[in-house]
Design a protein around this ligand. Structure first.
Ligand code: AMP
Ligand code: MG
Length: 387
């Protein structure tokens, strides 16, 4: 299949842009696949009420069929036919955060097919704020099922070029609206129970949710790996998502050490759950930098290619390896925006190991650290803990 890639003006769509959006809407209506930008990451869209069309998404991504899709709408009224009820908390959250990067889980109505929900009796719905996404959905006149437009297991796409890398030849159309603004996938909150539950952190942060909804609980799968016999509420959370090809290891400050911790002062923690609330891992202090430099030297001496993921503040501290800054430690938004692009860049550079600094877990940091620890397969090194 030939994939048509077109550039669309996000802010000021001209007649030509509208014509292309209409063409894309028709592709969706006739059961085809269109990738488009949203404010979070690029989505891979299909008619969410068409069983066949939704199945094509799984095939194009190589996605396991028990991992349900999010339905995207362009106006609040479009929610009603998709769900059995809209709980009071959902209304409050919707008023506060729609359109925007918040997905909510509802009891599904009869019109939502099983292929969209992975056989669950609930459905995930979001109203994106990106003007291209919103116009496309409105023109198509259907709820658009759209997971991230990457091959399953690869980091989510934050530019149209990333989508081209993964989806060229597999889908009808790609709308290029430039780089996305947020860079990590939407926050997911289950509103079917008495207390809303966070299933996946995102740009609508825990702090923001609690301001609006009061008590909000957190699915244990957010903090760390779940045992094989435990079902995370968002089935997608059990897969090794967002993963670069290289072995990614997160390096975290284990405490108040002022000097370098040798490799013998380094502990490997396989279970992130153990460390999830073990402190506010905010900094890349001397110990983190020295540990990353030491590990980098060791791998380079073995003949491997090594990437280092750091920030503007520390990038000058790493003399060896392929050093990439994800942004400013003082601005979580910059880090979220570049995180997946940097992981993809390491892939294209063919690195064997990536050593990454870690970040604060508050606000947007919860989403950043959730994606990073998953990308690392929960390999975390805490400097100096066992000195
Ligand atoms: P993606 O679209 O790639 O961001 O993935 C969608 C995410 O939403 C996955 O982690 C799914 O497991 C989650 N999701 C979709 N529908 C539901 C649902 N009905 N219940 C819980 N999680 C869901
Ligand atoms: Mg995804």
């Amino acid at each position: 299949m030939d994939t048509k890639v077109v550039v669309i003006d996000r802010e000021k769509p001209e007649a030509a842009d509208i014509a292309l959006l209409n063409e894309a809407a028709q592709v969706l209506q006739s059961g085809g696949l269109v990738a488009f930008p949203t404010e979070t990451v690029y989505g891979l869209g299909a008619n969410g009420l068409d069983d066949e069309a939704a199945r094509k998404i799984y095939a194009a991504k190589g996605r396991p069929s028990d991992n349900p899709l999010i339905l995207h709408i362009s106006a609040v009224e479009e929610l009603t036919p998709l769900v059995r009820a809209v709980p009071e908390t959902a209304r409050k959250l919707m008023d506060a955060f729609w359109p925007g990067p918040l997905t909510m889980i509802f009891e599904k109505s009869g019109i939502v097919p099983d292929s969209t929900t992975g056989g669950l009796d609930t459905v995930a719905v979001r109203m994106p704020s990106d003007p291209i996404a919103s116009r496309l959905i409105a023109l198509a006149g259907i709820p658009v099922a759209a997971p991230s437009a990457n091959l399953s297991g690869r980091p989510s796409p934050t530019t149209a070029q990333h989508v081209v890398e993964d989806m060229s030849g597999r889908i009808e159309m790609i709308l290029d609206g430039g780089p996305v603004g947020i860079g990590v996938e939407s926050t997911i909150v289950d509103v079917t129970g008495p207390v809303p539950m966070l299933l996946r952190p995102g740009a609508v942060t825990m702090e923001m949710l609690r301001d609006v909804a009061g008590e909000v609980s957190v699915d244990p799968a957010v903090a760390g790996p779940v045992a094989a016999d435990v079902k995370p509420k968002a089935p997608g959370m059990k897969y090794r998502h967002y993963a670069p090809k290289a072995e990614l290891v997160l390096v975290e400050d284990g405490g108040d050490i002022g000097e370098a911790a040798g490799t013998d002062g380094v502990r490997r923690i396989e279970k992130a759950a153990e460390k999830a609330d073990g402190g506010h891992a905010s900094g890349a202090g001397r110990a983190v930098i020295d540990t990353i430099n030491r590990l980098t030297e060791e791998r380079l001496a073995e003949g491997h290619r090594v990437g280092i993921l750091c920030t503007d503040e520390t990038k000058a501290c790493y003399p060896a390896g392929i050093v990439r800054s994800v942004g400013l430690r003082t601005s979580q938004e910059t880090i979220a925006r570049s995180l997946f692009a940097v992981l993809r860049e390491f892939d294209s550079l063919g690195v064997d190991y990536i050593y990454s600094e870690s970040f604060a877990r508050d606000h947007l940091g919860q989403a950043i650290m959730n994606r990073l620890t998953k990308a690392a397969g929960y390999r975390v090194i805490r400097c100096g803990e066992e000195r």
